[in-house]
Design a protein around this ligand. Structure first.
Ligand SMILES: C[S@@+](CC[C@H](N)C(=O)[O-])C[C@H]1O[C@@H](n2cnc3c(N)ncnc32)[C@H](O)[C@@H]1O
Length: 233
């Protein structure tokens, strides 16, 4: 299988950059130590009770896909210590940023995966999560690249499998065509209901929301975010 074929498979949804600037030795050391401590080992089968993956006693587990520099991921883990959070980020410099914060203050309710989220989704047991956050995913604004967007029928099927009934899928974006794309895909999917009752709903940030780096950039550049919430039937 050549690189092009590998990347177009529905099981491989990572099309971005894996590396940016070379890490300083201290950043590289924090990254290695952090991954050693909290990266999930997908070579082992997932436990039946996902809560057992965490050192902290947690009552439920949520997932954040593409956490960037980890700002929201850290906020949520600190705000909700009784919940376990799995964060996914294949971009090395993003993961290194998170691990610098983790080195300063280790958290017992965090685990990570440093590769494509679809691989993790396929590893997770069915009906094991109470939430999935996809915040400012890469927009792929050109029509010929729409198929690279993380939201797709295949990935919504993955979400539907791993989410418990009643669990939430939250999607935030500042790119109108991606917001509409996601609404259309979720409306067409039998497993999801859109929670909104008025325009205020999708213009209002989520509870406890402190923003993300991409959101700050969007706001600086004059774009308006939308915060969608779908419920797994
Ligand atoms: C536009 S950035 C947004 C980062 C962060 N959520 C924020 O709002 O600041 C999108 C992120 O998704 C990550 N990403 C892209 N494809 C992914 C995939 N298949 N699995 C996991 N993460 C992915 C990228 O590496 C990138 O860091």
């Amino acid at each position: 299988m050549n690189g092009q074929e590998r990347r177009s498979r529905s099981t491989e949804a990572f099309f971005g950059r894996r590396r940016g600037k070379t890490l300083r030795p201290q950043q590289a050391a924090a990254l290695a130590a952090g991954l050693d401590a909290i990266a999930l080992d997908l070579k082992q089968p997932a436990p039946d009770r996902l809560e057992s993956l965490f050192q902290a006693k947690v009552s439920e587990v949520r997932l954040e896909i593409g956490f960037g520099g980890g700002e929201h991921f850290l906020d949520e883990a600190d705000r909700l210590p009784g919940i376990g959070f799995i964060g996914v980020e294949p971009f090395v410099n993003g993961m290194a940023k998170l691990m610098a914060a983790f080195e300063e203050q280790p958290r017992q309710n965090m685990r990570v995966h440093d590769d494509d989220a679809t691989v993790l989704l396929d590893w997770l047991p069915a009906a094991s999560l109470t939430g999935i956050d996809l915040l400012y995913p890469d927009p792929w604004p050109k029509k010929k690249h729409f198929k690279r967007r993380f939201v797709s029928k295949e990935n919504l099927d993955r979400f539907a499998r791993v989410l418990k009934s009643g669990a939430l899928f939250r999607f935030a974006s500042d790119i109108d065509t991606y917001v509409n794309w996601t609404l259309q895909h979720c409306r067409a999917h039998e497993a999801f209901d859109w929670e909104a009752t008025s325009p205020l709903d999708w213009r209002t940030p989520y509870e406890g929301w402190q923003g993300t780096r991409y959101e700050a950039k969007a706001l600086r550049e004059g774009r308006t975010p939308a915060y969608l919430t779908f419920r797994r039937r």
